[in-house]
Design a protein around this ligand. Structure first.
Ligand SMILES: Cc1ncc(C[n+]2csc(CCOP(=O)(O)OP(=O)(O)O)c2C)c(N)n1
Ligand code: SF4
Ligand SMILES: [Mg+2]
Length: 327
């Protein structure tokens, strides 16, 4: 039996044992790491992004997704080279414009699994506005932001997440601007799944990617991923192997115990915001998750209603009518 799990594309189906589909699908081979590995990653040795790629391969393999339904997209940056290293549909697109590209693909082909990768500059700076709109519209996709607190590809400029005092080529005497708080930005923007992880913790990364993938809507993960070249050791305070501590959010179990009172309710926006105010390195896990209709679902309904109203006219007929009206 070919068993594909559900996920951020609505076309992944599971054929139940013993049920014969009208036209039998050819038996699929299991999706292997070999099948999804494309090119030799060209990141600097030790770059945190390698671990992210390894975690992503693991999730694809584990979920045994239909290979042709995997789409990996990115903007521009070291982290945005990601689609080159995944054997699947994908594009290394324009700096900061990956969310609009992913939105179009997700809305036009809701059966695909749309994964988006990029950096802090790509997502929070030039693409910050697109991030907000993707979030508020709740367009179905999984967006993984590899945050290294610097512009890596262009060799060390201050990024929107660089801490005050960071010395870079654009701030030789130290950054003076208040950095973006990714969690606060995403909560305010209206993202319906928001999580935070660390590239030094592959197991946690895998858990977060799977949770985000299972969420219907605009799901975003911020991952602290070290740029060993231009901002080394910055994430050590959250890396137990380097003397730091990785503090995981304890989520409510709704078991009625007194200790559950202290646990985090992921549906509570204000509680998520409070977690986001904790000083660096903060906490890791799911900050916020809520159910809200996706634009994909709303648009589908709207198209169906319109189609019904036009007596199930074809796209061409509707277009022709529109042109006729314009004459
Ligand atoms: C429109 C546009 N502006 C600027 C650039 C130059 N540029 C390329 S990548 C980049 C920043 C990359 O930083 P980030 O997104 O944090 O990715 P990283 O390299 O750190 O992974 C910049 C400014 C560009 N390619 N296109
Ligand atoms: S410059 Fe930094 S972010 Fe880019 S590949 Fe090298 S270590 Fe990674
Ligand atoms: Mg960066």
């Amino acid at each position: 039996m070919n068993e594909a799990t559900t996920g951020n594309g609505d076309g992944a189906t599971t054929v139940a044992a013993g049920v014969s589909p009208a036209i039998a699908e050819p038996l699929r081979e299991k999706l292997t790491k070999k099948a999804i590995t494309a090119d030799h990653p060209t990141w600097c040795p030790g770059c945190g992004d390698f671990a992210v790629l390894a975690a992503f391969y693991k999730v694809l393999e584990k979920r045994n997704l239909d290979h042709e339904k995997i789409v990996t997209l990115a903007g521009i940056g070291c982290s945005s080279r990601f689609p080159y290293f995944v054997n699947g549909h994908g594009a290394h697109y324009i700096h900061g414009r990956a969310v609009p590209l992913a939105s179009g693909i997700s809305l036009a082909r809701p059966d695909l699994h749309v994964f988006l990768f990029g950096g802090d500059g790509d997502g929070f700076s030039i693409g910050g506005n697109h991030l907000d709109h993707g979030a508020r519209k709740n367009i179905n996709m999984t967006y993984f932001i590899m945050d290294n607190f610097v512009y890596g590809l262009t060799k060390k400029q201050t990024s929107p997440t660089s801490p005050i005092g960071f010395k870079s080529k654009t701030d030789p005497s130290g950054a003076i601007d208040q950095p973006v708080n990714p969690m606060k930005k995403l909560i305010a923007g209206g993202a319906t799944f928001i999580a935070r992880t660390h590239a030094a913790n592959v197991i946690h990364m895998i858990q977060m990617i799977e949770r985000a993938f299972d969420h219907q809507g605009f799901s975003v993960i911020e991952c602290l991923s070290e740029c060993v070249e231009f901002f080394p050791d910055v994430f050590d305070p959250a890396n137990p192997k380097k003397g730091g501590s990785f503090e995981v959010i304890q989520e409510k179990k709704w078991d009625g115990t007194p200790e559950d009172e202290m646990r985090h309710d992921v549906t509570d926006e204000l509680a998520a915001y409070k977690l986001a105010t904790l000083p660096f390195p903060g906490v890791f896990g799911v900050f916020y998750e809520t159910d809200r209709p996706t634009k994909n679902a709303l648009e589908k309904k709207w198209i169906e209603t319109t189609r019904e109203r036009t007596g199930n006219a074809s796209d061409l007929e509707i277009l022709q009518k529109t042109f006729d009206r314009m004459k």
